[in-house]
Design a protein. Structure first.
Length: 382
């Protein structure tokens, strides 16, 4: 690999997965493909902690959100959306395009909507068809208290609880049935070690029943058809066959021991990066909390850091989005990253800061990183 990828999606893909992706495709309406997809369906349902199917769509994560919005939020229904960043607003716009009346519950970017506030707005807005929550807000690094929010909503409403968990599944616990969630959407290019192109949509039993009883409002994202094909171990339309094959490999190779080792790995990487940033005197934006991404505030003199990291060291990080454009740097912790990658990032950042005249205690920063990474920081998939 000629560069190091620290963007919060896409993420670095392991070499063995790249080899699988290069294999010849099989026909998607064949028994060979059915044999490939059947264990994928079973494993995703286990990882989601779901009592009902999790379907695979060929699309970005946004396509998964749109499929849920079109399937569970009919035109004219009322939908409450918690917004505190770009992706909360993204969910709101998708619901509006589906014809829903959207009630926004807003918090400043960098914070999260408290469960009590969300509950009160839902109570005042009844009847509510669905409540949308972004679990890990990738634009700000904030992590919602999803379990508390879901419980608070359930106390006052029978609304479907829909979750953008695109940078949360595989990074933080998100047990669908245990937390009473009705829709959980994730995507391949985040914590699943894959390139972009697949969305994963899990629905509760009652959500699937609703989908089956109501006419679809879309063709490509028709979850009725997706469910029917799921029963046959097929997909609704022509899938990204190579990505599905790679997904089958990843689930067997890297998720054989479940999600817990990945939660711990993301936690260690996030803590290591943030420990170094603390030594460098670079503040974290907002309340943070997500282990998928660290969002760091940039002083005016440091706004060229993302570009310089890429040009000088081949390290790709992400800039800010929306109202944070030019103000923050976003460092992802997902994908095939090792402790050596984290150390390389911190070293490069220290060099650039020192050149900019910023005081740097490099030895202390690297010591803190190694302390957080622990005794075995090499990449082994967990």
């Amino acid at each position: 690999m000629g560069h190091r990828l620290f963007t919060p999606g896409p993420v670095p893909v392991p070499d063995d997965v790249l080899r699988v992706l290069s294999e010849q495709v099989v026909p998607h309406r064949s028994e060979a493909f059915q044999r490939l997809l059947a264990p994928v369906h079973r494993r995703l349902q286990e990882l989601w902690g779901a009592g009902a199917p999790v379907v695979v769509l060929t699309s970005s994560g946004s396509g998964g959100i749109e499929a849920v919005a079109r399937g569970l939020c009919p035109s004219g229904s009322r939908v409450v959306v918690a917004t505190a960043g770009r992706f909360g607003e993204h969910c709101a716009r998708i619901a509006e395009r589906a014809g829903a009346e959207v009630v926004r519950v807003s918090a400043p970017w960098g914070e999260v909507v408290p469960a009590e506030q969300l509950q009160e707005v839902v109570r005042r807005s009844e009847p509510v068809q669905a409540v949308w929550i972004v679990y890990s807000e990738t634009s700000t690094g904030a992590l919602a208290d999803l379990e508390s929010c879901a419980a608070a909503v359930r106390e006052v409403s029978e609304a479907f609880i829909c979750v953008d968990a695109i940078t949360a599944v595989g990074v933080h616990p998100c047990p669908m049935e245990a937390w009473g969630l009705d829709a959980v959407v994730a995507a391949s290019q985040k914590a699943f070690f894959l390139p972009p192109g697949l969305a994963f949509v899990g629905l509760s039993r009652r959500a699937w029943e609703f989908v089956q009883k109501h006419p679809p409002a879309t063709v490509y994202f028709d979850l009725q058809v997706a469910y029917e094909r799921w029963r046959e171990n097929m997909t609704a339309w022509t899938p990204a066959v190579s990505l599905v094959r790679a997904l089958a490999y990843v689930l067997e190779r890297y998720f054989a021991n479940g999600l817990e080792p990945h939660w711990e790995r993301h936690r260690r990487y996030a803590r290591a990066v943030r420990a170094a940033l603390e030594v460098f005197g670079m503040p974290i934006f907002g309340q943070g909390g997500s282990h998928a991404v660290t969002v760091v505030e940039l002083a005016d003199a440091h706004r060229s850091l993302p570009r310089l990291l890429q040009e000088r060291f081949g390290i790709w990080v992400a800039g800010g989005q929306g109202q944070l454009e030019g103000r923050v740097m976003r460092i992802g912790h997902m994908g095939a990253l090792s402790g050596a990658d984290i150390l390389a990032l911190v070293s490069a950042l220290g060099v650039l800061l020192e050149e900019m005249g910023h005081p740097v205690r490099m030895d202390e920063a690297l010591r803190r990183v190694r302390e957080e990474l622990g005794p075995n920081p090499s990449w082994d998939g967990v």
